[in-house]
Design a protein around this ligand. Structure first.
Ligand code: FMN
Length: 324
């Protein structure tokens, strides 16, 4: 397959040593070696989602990825984890070459990672945070819009407006995330000045992803208005609307505050939805892009659709131009 697909070269493909500017988001509960290996093998960048892993699970996942591919891969460490420093230490001990940090201050881990020669990419959702990440010395940022699945920003800036503003403000390359699930979004992100895309929801609904088939099918069934943002006062999170999400929304409308909201949430709601497939009581983290996902696909087919689709979109745009 790889031969016929267009080859796009950007600062991100060069930086990461990958064939295609397509990155699979490091999703908690979704992104283990089962997904990471095929993405990296297809020429993109597979990213282990350490956010839901114990330190020893992370070690096992890094080993499992290396057993499956010799191509580049990365680890995502959300800094909301109280033991984030331990996960970073594991990345260093295991000689992981690329680390994505998210949800925290980029100045905390970037110096020690850079000192060891690790490529560091930080996830941001505003120009201010993007500038802060650049100053902290990261190699690139992911600019993630409010459409995205999972934890989203308080600023609520969407991908279409966020990405070009971050591109204009920074010298380092920018990866666009949030709302991209097909070739049209891919080309649009590149047109905005991004040098790669990071995709979550589309890769969660793959044959290979190690999450519940009920959760995957919920993404496939989702329509344009299927997702909502819950727990705004704690950590805004985009999920597919279900009975539990409705319950949270009603409580928030009634003005229920942090301690009670935390009680309602309890532990492990995302695991319940994503891994156990409880469609009414679990949290089904997914982006607005779920509306674009019409079928489960293999990772290989997604790469073909994106890259062949890239050509078709460009041809269609070319055709708009009137020649006199
Ligand atoms: C189920 C799920 C879990 C996620 N977990 C994380 C995470 O642990 N760390 C992180 O930086 N981003 C996480 N994300 C965000 C993705 O990495 C990616 O940036 C986002 O999904 C892009 O938007 P899209 O879903 O529209 O493709 C998660 C997304 C989903 C759907």
């Amino acid at each position: 397959m790889a031969k016929e697909l267009p080859k796009l070269k950007t600062r991100i493909t060069e930086l990461l040593g990958i064939e295609h500017p397509i990155i699979q988001g490091g999703m908690a509960w979704v992104a283990d070696h089962n997904l990471v290996v095929p993405v990296s093998e297809a020429g993109g960048l597979g990213v282990i989602g350490a956010g839901s892993m114990t330190p020893s699970q992370l070690v096992g996942e890094i080993m499992a990825v290396r057993a499956g591919t010799s191509k580049p891969f990365a680890v995502n460490v959300p800094m909301t984890r109280p033991d984030a420093a331990k996960l970073i230490r594991i990345c260093l001990e295991q000689d992981v070459k690329i680390v994505f940090t998210s949800a925290g201050n980029p100045a905390v881990f970037t110096p020690q990672l850079k000192e060891k020669g690790v490529t560091v990419i930080h996830v941001v959702s505003s120009v201010r945070h993007a500038l802060k990440a650049e100053r902290a010395g990261v190699d690139a940022v992911v600019a993630e819009g409010w459409e995205a699945g999972g934890h989203v920003s308080r600023e609520e800036t969407c991908t279409l407006t966020l990405v070009p503003q971050v591109v204009d403000a920074l010298q380092i390359p920018v990866i666009a995330a949030g709302g991209i699930a097909d070739a049209r979004g891919f080309v649009a992100a590149l047109a905005l000045g991004a040098e790669a895309v990071q995709i979550g929801t589309r890769f969660a609904a793959t044959v290979e992803a190690n999450c519940s088939i009920y959760y995957k099918n919920a993404i496939v069934r989702a329509e344009d208005a299927a997702t909502v943002v819950v727990t705004r006062s704690l950590q805004p999170t985009r999920v597919i609307r279900n009975a539990f999400a409705e319950q949270l929304l009603r409580a928030e409308q009634r003005g229920v505050q942090e301690p009670q909201l935390r009680d309602m949430l309890g532990e492990g709601r995302s695991r319940l939805g994503i891994v156990d497939g409880d469609l009414s009581e679990g949290l089904l983290e997914a982006g607005q892009s779920a509306g674009l996902v019409k079928a489960l696909r293999t990772v290989e087919l997604i790469f073909e659709e994106f890259l062949n689709g890239y050509r078709e979109v460009l041809k269609r745009l070319e055709g708009l131009q009137q020649r006199r």
